[in-house]
Every structure is written in structure tokens, then in C-alpha cells.
Ligand binder design. Structure first.
Ligand SMILES: *[C@@H]1O[C@H](CO)[C@@H](O)[C@H](O)[C@H]1NC(C)=O
Ligand SMILES: *[C@@H]1O[C@H](CO)[C@@H](O)[C@H](O)[C@H]1NC(C)=O
Ligand SMILES: *[C@@H]1O[C@H](CO)[C@@H](O)[C@H](O)[C@H]1NC(C)=O
Ligand SMILES: *[C@@H]1O[C@H](CO)[C@@H](O)[C@H](O)[C@H]1NC(C)=O
Length: 149
């Protein structure tokens, strides 16, 4: 883990999926502790968002740095308690925070016009890749040799 390079989030996720598409659940993963720690990331994110002027809070270019820091925080804390990142619980937490802060933004579409691809793609790609990964896991599990037709 110390050797992990700094990569853009979508590449790290892609690598993770390619390298261990069907990683077994981590034996040492304590989900209770993970759910205790993740709110620290949420609070740090809330504090950072408060430093932005209200009218900037829906501007992707303004908050993307905080958003990436928040995502990184969830990854670090998830790994600290021995869990893989991403995982459905952590993803659920991230989605909740996302909804809490950006629910109002989707209504005001003008601020979402033409965001640059390099910030939009990770936001879209991450949930899509997660869905693909989960679907793949289900297929992988259902394809065990003893269950082949
Ligand atoms: C998981 O973490 C919780 C809260 O820190 C702790 O009470 C519990 O004993 C831990 N469980 C295991 C299996 O380590
Ligand atoms: C994530 O956060 C950790 C701890 O704060 C830091 O050392 C690391 O450089 C960060 N990684 C990225 C990709 O920002
Ligand atoms: C979203 O809008 C509601 C109703 O106007 C408001 O109460 C809430 O504080 C807003 N949330 C954010 C994060 O700005
Ligand atoms: C969003 O923020 C960027 C960087 O500060 C700025 O250039 C852009 O005009 C803003 N967009 C909107 C819709 O406010």
C-alpha cells in the first residue's frame, strides 16, 4: 500500500477492478468501525464546503478539489480498518453525503452546463464502474464450476 502511486481516481479504480475484479472479502474488515470513521470524512468535507461562498457550492470546478479530498479520505479510512475500497457500505455513505450537498444543485441546471470532461467523467464513471463490478461479482459467483450447467 505504501507503494501505491498517485493516480487520478478513475485510473486507480480501473486498476483495482482490473487487478482484482473478484477480490474476496477482507478478513480483517470491521464494517462497524468503518461506519464509525467515515463520518469524520463527511464532517471534514462539510467544513471545507462551508468555506465556499454559497453560490459556488454547485460549481463543479470550485468544489472538485474538496470532493476528491473527501473521496480520498473515505479510501484511507476504509483501508485503515482493513476493508477494501470501494465497497457497497462506503459507497452508500458517499452517495448520502453527495445527496446531502448536491441535491439542490440538480434543480439549478444552469450551474451544471458543460462541466469540463476531466471532472465530469470520474463522477459518472465511478458509480458506473461500481455497478459493473458488482454485476461482475454476481456473475463470477454464479459461475462456480460446481454450478455449471
Ligand atoms: C469492530 O469495531 C467495533 C467498534 O470499534 C468494536 O466494538 C468491535 O469489537 C469490532 N469487531 C471486531 C470483530 O473486531
Ligand atoms: C490521500 O490522503 C492521504 C492522507 O491524507 C495522503 O497521504 C495521500 O497523498 C492522498 N492521496 C491522494 C491521491 O490525494
Ligand atoms: C437545499 O435546499 C433546502 C430548501 O431550500 C435547504 O433547506 C437546504 O439547506 C439546502 N441544502 C444545501 C446543502 O444547501
Ligand atoms: C465555476 O468556477 C470556475 C472557476 O472559478 C469559473 O471559471 C466558472 O465561470 C464558474 N462557473 C459558473 C457557472 O459559475
Amino acid at each position: 500500500m505504501e507503494m501505491r502511486e498517485r493516480r487520478r481516481p478513475q485510473f486507480r479504480l480501473l486498476l483495482l477492478l482490473l487487478l482484482c475484479g473478484g477480490c474476496p472479502p477482507a478478513g480483517g474488515c470491521n464494517e462497524t468501525r468503518m461506519l464509525e470513521k467515515l463520518p469524520l470524512c463527511g464532517k471534514a468535507f462539510a467544513d471545507m464546503m462551508r468555506t465556499l461562498d454559497a453560490w459556488k457550492r454547485c460549481n463543479l470546478s470550485e468544489f472538485i478539489v474538496y470532493y476528491e479530498s473527501f473521496t480520498n479520505c473515505t479510501e484511507v479510512e476504509t483501508n485503515v480498518v482493513g476493508c477494501y475500497w470501494p465497497n457497497p457500505l462506503a459507497q452508500g455513505f458517499i452517495s448520502g453525503v453527495h445527496r446531502q450537498f448536491f441535491a439542490n444543485c440538480t434543480v439549478d441546471r444552469t450551474h451544471w452546463e458543460d462541466p469540463p470532461d476531466e471532472v465530469l467523467i470520474p463522477l459518472i464513471a465511478v458509480p458506473v464502474l461500481l455497478t459493473v463490478a458488482m454485476a461482475g461479482l454476481v456473475v463470477w459467483r454464479s459461475k462456480r464450476p460446481d454450478q455449471l450447467l
